[in-house]
Design a binder for this molecule. Structure first.
Ligand code: SF4
Length: 376
């Protein structure tokens, strides 16, 4: 495969530039037009959740890597998976991205992108010590939680970070104030929490959790610490909340719910749990259409469908096509919110693109600014 810088500087029909993975504009979420074929069976339908798929933070991170490839050429190093989606990571790898676990795997002086999940100050320091050129694709809504952690640590609070130990986002946030933050994984861990002053405690959270489970953890924490302080604003982000609301709406009407997303995608896994809690008879997570087992749909007439915030819409289209082959010939959109959140590219990348005259697509993406976060 030709590398990206070559194809983008020499666009022609034989070597077309690869399609962008940046999803919000590339794959608008209109309701797919499915023309019932010979296999469509009366009464069998798909309930398609909206919103679903790419969030603003994922779109920005993927776009940042694609733009970096276009501007600087391959290889571009990325610390950890840029977003938790197998298809995105595999596609970017084919285009010249080298994914590494830690910055010490990046050659001295090379360019590295930090993923949407964020990194701790220690990682920034390691990168600086190795003279790495960094592009920080941390989602602004994760950065917001980092800032809260720094602020409340400076006020000497005990910070209870509700989230999953070992998740990159949690590691990054905890790294902002390791002496003040302890992670609470679930409601069952509340009894183990030890704080210095029960009247000087605040909770924060990972951005991609189940809203209901988090509220249960907070309820139990407050039983123990009645003066527990809430975060200044929701830490569970608008995209996570919106996708959970949509799946709750369609799950009770579904015999089977399919969530497209990778196993390490926190918000995708949460969607399966939320669907089951909301009344879906069964729910499965798949990376792609060919992972679906035909037997899952025995006797089913209605399939609910959604995707995690790191999933390109093209993978959902493939699932719809496969379900169509199995007789689910009608698609009904179940929309519970409309999203209009877009984030600007990282500042240093934007500057370099501008200098190189490569911000020409900006009018199309001209709305790339942080709009007020939409919650439901
Ligand atoms: Fe940002 Fe939310 Fe998307 Fe995570 S899921 S990248 S916090 S918008």
């Amino acid at each position: 495969m030709s590398n990206v810088s070559e194809t983008s500087s020499r666009p022609d029909v034989e070597n077309p530039a690869p399609p962008s993975l940046a999803g919000i504009s590339a794959f608008p979420q209109d309701v797919p037009r499915w023309t019932p074929g010979a296999t469509a069976e009366a009464g069998k339908k798909i309930l398609l959740a909206a919103p679903r798929g790419y969030c603003a933070g994922v779109d920005r991170a993927v776009d940042a890597v694609e733009r970096a490839l276009e501007l600087y050429g391959a290889p571009i190093y990325v610390r950890k998976e840029i977003v938790h989606n197998k298809f995105v990571v595999e596609t970017l790898t084919e285009r010249g991205v080298i994914f590494v676990e830690e910055t010490d795997e990046v050659p001295e002086g090379a360019r590295v992108v930090f993923s949407a999940h964020g990194v701790s100050p220690a990682v920034h320091a390691e990168a600086a010590a190795r003279n790495l050129d960094t592009i920080d694709a941390t989602c602004p809504l994760v950065t917001k939680v980092h800032k809260e952690a720094v602020r409340f640590a400076s006020e000497d609070y005990d910070i209870l970070l509700i989230g999953h130990d070992g998740h990159e986002e949690v590691e990054g946030t905890q790294g902002e104030a390791p002496d003040h933050i302890q992670v609470v994984n679930s409601p069952d861990e509340v009894d183990k929490v030890v704080v210095r002053d029960p009247d000087h405690v605040i909770w924060l959270s990972q951005t991609t959790l189940s809203v209901d489970e988090t509220m249960e953890t907070v309820r139990r924490l407050r039983e123990r610490f009645p003066n527990l302080q809430d975060p200044p604003s929701d830490d569970i982000c608008y995209a996570t909340q919106n996708r959970q609301v949509a799946i709750k709406e369609l799950a009770p009407r579904s015999d089977v719910v399919i969530i497209v997303g990778s196993a390490n995608s926190s918000n995708s896994v949460r969607l399966v749990e939320v669907a089951l809690d909301a009344g879906a008879k069964t729910a499965y997570r798949v990376d792609k259409a060919d992972e679906m087992d035909v037997s899952w749909f025995d006797g089913a007439t209605t399939v609910g469908l959604s995707s995690g915030a790191s999933v390109p819409e093209i993978l959902v289209r493939d699932v719809i096509t496969r379900l169509g082959e199995l007789g689910f010939g009608e698609v009904e959109e179940v929309r519970t919110a409309t999203e209009n959140v877009l984030f600007s590219l990282p500042k240093n990348l934007r500057g370099d693109l501008k200098e190189a005259g490569l911000l020409k697509e900006q009018p199309k993406r001209g709305k790339r600014r942080a709009l007020p976060v939409q919650t439901v």
